[in-house]
Ligand binder design. Structure first.
Ligand code: TMP
Length: 197
């Protein structure tokens, strides 16, 4: 199982992945927790550049895809091959939502680059944690470049994710997290996973 987690800023992905990992460990499910951009030494270095330096949107896109190519080939693909589940904090849908829907880069080009970087492997399931962007942004204590873009940008990102979810109903699960505590979110995801299996 290759499972990805998406959302706008401050939606609670990291907490969910931590809780889920604990549950899987208890159940004896071998798994790898990783993230994008990042997950390898090289990709984590690229992450620092993307999140801290100003740059042209196209440069940004290529850096995300470069980090992904490295991460997928050296970490995700081998883990899947060895029979592990992979829980990845953000993946190709983030690039469509942020660089495509929000920054305005053509979606077909991003789809092509996504396919190349991920060796045509789509996630089996993608959870989108949906939270009003104002609430999410108010949680950011040390905002990164994308959080500093503000509410309107984040709204475009959210709309992008929801459009992808509408087009990819089989893969996407939208979880409205506004009134849920972290345990309830984790329970919903576990239920969805059991149903999927
Ligand atoms: P994180 O805060 O969830 O770790 O993600 C890092 C930032 O990178 C977040 O603001 C979303 C952004 N991002 C993109 O813009 N495009 C991408 O392809 C990915 C993976 C992340």
């Amino acid at each position: 199982m290759f499972i990805t987690f998406e959302g706008t800023e401050g939606c609670g992905k990291s907490t969910l992945i931590r809780n889920l990992s604990t549950r899987l460990q208890t159940l004896g499910v071998p798994h790898l927790v990783t993230r994008e951009p990042g997950g390898t030494r090289t990709a984590e270095e690229i992450r620092k550049i993307i999140l801290n330096e100003e740059m042209d949107p196209l440069t940004e896109l290529f850096l995300y895809e470069a980090a992904r190519a490295e991460h997928f080939k050296t970490t995700i693909a081998p883990a899947l091959k060895q029979g592990n589940w992979v829980l990845c904090d953000r993946f190709t849908d983030s690039t469509l939502a942020y660089q495509g829907y929000a920054r305005g880069i053509q979606l077909p080009m991003i789809r092509t680059l996504n396919r190349i970087a991920s060796q045509r492997r789509s996630p089996d399931l993608t959870f989108f944690l949906d939270l009003p962007v104002e609430i999410g942004l108010s949680r950011a204590s040390d905002p990164n470049r994308f959080e500093r873009e503000g509410v309107e940008f984040q709204k475009k990102v959210r709309k992008g994710f929801l459009e992808i979810a509408k087009k990819e109903k089989k893969r996407f699960r939208v979880i409205r997290v506004t009134d849920l505590d972290p345990e309830q979110v984790c329970e919903k995801v576990m239920r969805a996973l059991r149903k999927h299996l």
